[in-house]
Design a protein around this ligand. Sequence first.
Ligand code: 9MR
Length: 374
Amino acid sequence: MMKRIIPGAAMLYGSLLLAGCAASQKNTGSEQLPSLKEVFSKDFAIGTALNAAQIEEKDPGAAKLVPQQFNMATPENIMKAEVIHPRWNEYNFTLADKLIEYGKKHDIKINGHTLIWHSQLPAFARQIQSVDSFRLFFTNHINTVAGRYSGKVFSWDVVNEALNEDGSMRKSIFLSKLGDGFVTEAFRLAQTASPNTELYYNDYNNEQPAKRAGCIALIKKVQAAGVRIDGVGIQGHWHVGKVPLKDIEESILQYAALGVKVMFTELDIEVLPRNFQGAEVSQRMQNTPAMNPYTNGLPDSVQQQLADDYEALFKLFLKHKDKITRVTFWGVDDGQSWLNGWPIRGRTNYPLLFDRQFKPKPAFFKVIGTKTKS
Ligand code: 9MR
């Protein structure tokens, strides 16, 4: 059974870590750690993305930490169409079913991710020529996948990343084959296939004014059609020292004013050089040694900035906890993070609250510490 320690002690412990006091890190099993899900239990749910090894509990560090710290989980990849629907009439539910069992076993709610996304589509879907066949794929996919997990997942990211940075609709295969009504149609199908599941639109950079305006228009369009949309996910892939707090706050207010729940669905703060913002998976950068500066560890100054950024974010989340229902980190530990492989492969990144040994970082204690001031 996990023991809780008081937040003040957590802050002190965090300061010791920040001061580089290696001795304080020793003998600190996660048993003594405060638990994110407990500390924020009256505020919002705390989630993590899980990869296949973590779902199968083949990763001992995660197997121990995840149930202690998180009460929601999002599959990082295994519910995406290319995995779950590899051929026209063939579905592979093996890992998704395991995830449902994992959730039941550990009392962790599952956020389904994602029904309709232009990326990670199976090859056959990209090759469909006729509009009618594509519409059939779209309909069958939502009916089958959302239908199977109806009553088993807590929510679905029904549509993911349908917008460009300027707020216009992304020129995806869904737009070109089905027209811009596909978003409303996806929500309509999902609501029928899975009537008691929360349904969300999810995107990155949708806290930025132009994209936010497009996102608001999209939500209003679904609502105007009389179709249910329960929430909006702001992914939250941000960069250390540049977290756009003002835009985030304005977005929380504007989205909540539409009557939808607001959540942060893929939170991470990257510390490595990057010359653009967001999470467009097709964007890549060239590798040079200067682009991978922290292979031997994170300098204290960056560690401190990361901790400060997370603290500021959680203070903001707490300020608007009446509008925010969930904060999900995009991974359990730094070793798992997709940011080690994107936009440059093979870098050593440090974007999460737990390090590669599943030990809490100073940012973890700063996040816990925000509760003492709320
Ligand atoms: O974290 C995911 C990574 O393992 C995959 O390789 C990548 C492929 O597109 O998708 C990552 O997750 C994305 C999420 O599904 C949607 N928003 C952006 C995330 C980071 O790319």
